[in-house]
Design a protein around this ligand. Structure first.
Ligand code: ZN
Length: 310
């Protein structure tokens, strides 16, 4: 481990920092509370003071105090280190030396795969338009013009296994794409991968810096096509080390400067609510992506703006 990270961890008590966000109760050697990363009524969130680690048995999230603060505040690794350094007056070497530890082993390849997938779907929609006319029509009917669709990097997943082939030819690790929820294995024990999203509108979900962290897909029926029973309209790629759905606000990358300028933020539920409001000029808008507004969302938003309008 990086020496500076070790130094930071040795100065900071994880219980003190987590207590700022979670009401903790001491149980035996450890502390428990309601998990801030998923919604729950009985505590499955545990903090070990002696180990300096937290773990949630409900959603599987866990890590040290740096990772906790990074995720709960939506800050970068460097921002967290700077915050702790200042708060606890920690003597650290040149800040450049801890940059290399910023990304976990899977983070960089996953980001690369998401970027490849995003561009692949985007090109499908805007370059090979012959099979995506029903998608463009759907967007138009919802008041979303081509410029806006391009701005939000919307895309189209066609038929077949185009994404799988493209990832293969880019020498991407298909198991990472499988875990991310971009690919599937059709049968147990199957050696072959195939595309998960077929004939879907693709909506990229970005972090606040505009980097893709997940993709959402929406089923779009052609005219007269019967809607399949009990089939969810939206399917997302999976939660990962760079994406926690309950912790993410759709559109924040675009809305951020306007939220700061207006000191106010509108929170809507759906992707398209956000996109249409934004394109009609109400740019300080974010969406919770169909989930209820979580404690985390509120914590993140209250750091950005004094007024939250639901
Ligand atoms: Zn949890």
């Amino acid at each position: 481990m990086d020496r500076n990270i070790e130094t930071v961890l040795s100065y900071v008590n994880i219980v003190d920092e987590v207590s700022g966000f979670v009401k903790l109760k001491k149980v035996g050697q450890n502390y428990t509370g309601l998990c801030p990363f998923h919604s729950e009524k009985t505590p499955s969130f545990h903090v070990s003071e002696s180990k300096g680690l937290y773990y949630c048995f409900g959603c599987g999230k866990g890590g040290n105090v740096i990772g906790f603060l990074k995720d709960i505040k939506g800050d970068s690794f460097k921002e967290v280190i700077d915050y702790l350094k200042k708060k606890y007056n920690i003597p650290l070497e040149d800040s450049r030396s801890y940059k290399s530890a910023q990304t976990s082993a899977n983070e960089a390849p996953l980001k690369k795969i998401l970027n490849l997938a995003l561009n692949f779907y985007y090109e499908n929609l805007f370059v090979y338009m012959s099979s995506s006319r029903h998608i463009m029509k759907y967007l138009k009917d919802r008041g979303i013009g081509e410029d806006t669709a391009r701005d939000f990097k919307l895309g189209y997943a066609g038929f077949g296994n185009g994404l799988t082939s493209m990832l293969l030819s880019n020498k991407a690790d298909l198991d990472i794409a499988l875990n991310a929820g971009l690919l599937v294995k059709k049968h147990a024990g199957d050696r072959g991968y195939s595309d998960r999203f077929v004939n879907k509108l693709i909506i990229p979900i970005m972090d606040r810096t505009g980097e893709p962290v997940a993709l959402a897909s929406r089923i779009i029926l052609k005219e007269g096509e019967p809607s399949p029973l009990n089939f969810p309209k939206y399917i997302n790629t999976n939660n990962s080390e760079i994406f926690v759905k309950n912790n993410t606000l759709f559109g924040l990358d675009k809305a951020l400067p306007f939220i700061k300028k207006e000191n106010s933020v509108f929170v809507v539920e759906g992707y398209f609510d956000m996109i249409t409001l934004y394109s009609s000029g109400i740019k300080n808008t974010v969406a919770t992506m169909g989930t209820a507004l979580s404690k985390n969302h509120i914590i993140n938003l209250s750091r950005l703006s004094d007024e939250i309008v639901l």
